[in-house]
Design a binder for this molecule. Structure first.
Ligand SMILES: [Zn+2]
Length: 372
């Protein structure tokens, strides 16, 4: 009995103690709760920068080579869209200040002045060998980072002041740079399969830092956001007449064909086209008035696919569908999305939407310094 009574007392005491601890003024002195432990957020993932834009011969144009390094875009971890755009804008201002290009059409005026004081021949083959007053050569070869589809292969292009592109394709007078060949539309549209690569092309040294900024910006967006990867298969700057070689053998490549040449309907049929050589897809001849002859223009993803109705990719289009940039980019990633045109405008380029014609508006992926 005594044992049982003790146990009961014990229970009672425990119960009372337990209850008293529920009362605000408690059974023991209150100890302030320790502060919550500081949990360090894991550091943001480091970002792998692309290959930095550079000249193939930096020693020949040290001032431009140094400026290119100064305007390299940043690749900070977890950089937001706003931070990336601020960095882009700051580097554009820096480059334009350094080059004395408040308006980039001054690039054309200064080029024509130099040509007129040196013989007056409007040809890239001639002009590229001239020098600016500070000794910088006019013609430089620029290397920039690009995304390409997994199966893309580099293709050498050739250039000359020739009457026809066929002549260049057959005689291969001088190496110009390169383009990439990708045949399969699934591969072209598979952004997660893209790999970083380098694009090589000739350009006016006065233009090089601005072209580098636009192209590095396009590349960098795809680093931070894989959905924004744009496969750049063609980038060309200064040239008169150019072509890939005619002796590549026949090639097959996917394209899209539409119901008409002018409408906005995006319903397309995929077709696999066969061409006698890569020269049939990659060629062109610029007229004397073209800013390409001054190295003051850029063609980005410009191809010559014959046999397609308003097809992708198309050299020149009169259709409304091409102004549906994002819709066309979704169908075939070789078409440039709207944000690329917005970025080009920020650099100061004249973009296709700025061109108006008396009778209609034509569209092709060409960006330049304008004429007036
Ligand atoms: Zn062009």
């Amino acid at each position: 009995m005594v044992y049982l009574a003790r146990r009961l007392m014990g229970y009672l005491a425990l119960t009372v103690l337990g209850l008293s601890c529920l009362i605000p003024v408690g059974c023991r002195p209150r100890v302030p709760a320790p502060p919550p432990p500081v949990v360090e957020a894991p550091p943001p993932e480091p970002v792998t920068p692309g290959p930095a834009p550079r000249l193939t011969q930096p020693g020949a144009a040290p001032r431009i080579a140094a400026l290119l390094q100064q305007v390299n875009l940043r690749y900070d971890p977890a950089m937001s869209q706003e931070e990336r755009d601020r960095d882009f804008a700051a580097k554009i201002s820096l480059a334009r200040r350094n080059l004395g290009l408040e308006r980039i059409k001054a690039m054309r005026e200064r080029s024509l002045d130099l040509i007129n004081s040196n013989g007056g021949v409007i040809s890239w083959e001639y002009f590229r060998g001239q020098k600016w007053p500070d000794g910088t050569p006019v013609g430089v070869t620029l290397v920039v980072p690009v995304w390409v589809p997994s199966g893309a292969k580099p293709v050498v292009t050739y250039t000359a002041l020739a009457e026809t592109w066929e002549e260049v394709a057959l005689t291969k007078p001088r190496r110009a740079g390169l383009v990439y060949f990708a045949a399969d539309l699934e591969d072209i549209n598979n952004k997660n399969g893209y790999r970083p690569a380098e694009m090589v092309f000739e350009i006016n040294s006065l233009h090089a830092p601005l072209a580098a900024l636009l192209l590095e910006y396009i590349y960098r967006e795809g680093v931070y956001d894989p959905d924004k990867r744009v496969p750049l298969l063609v980038v060309r700057g200064g040239e008169d007449t150019y072509a890939a070689a005619a002796d590549s053998g026949p090639v097959q490549v996917d394209g899209l064909t539409f119901a008409d040449e002018t409408g906005g309907d995006l319903r397309a049929t995929r077709v696999r086209q066969t061409y006698a050589s890569l020269a049939e897809i990659h060629h062109g001849r610029h007229v004397k008035a073209s800013n390409h002859r001054l190295g003051c223009a850029l063609d980005i993803n410009d191809f010559n696919f014959t046999g397609l109705v308003d097809g992708i990719p198309n050299q020149v289009s009169a259709s409304l569908r091409h102004f549906n940039r994002d819709g066309m980019h979704q169908l075939d990633a070789r078409n440039l999305p709207e944000w690329v045109f917005v970025a080009a405008k920020k650099v100061g380029y004249r973009i296709p939407q700025d061109w108006t014609y008396v009778r209609d508006t034509r569209d092709w992926p060409h960006f330049d310094c304008g004429t007036k």
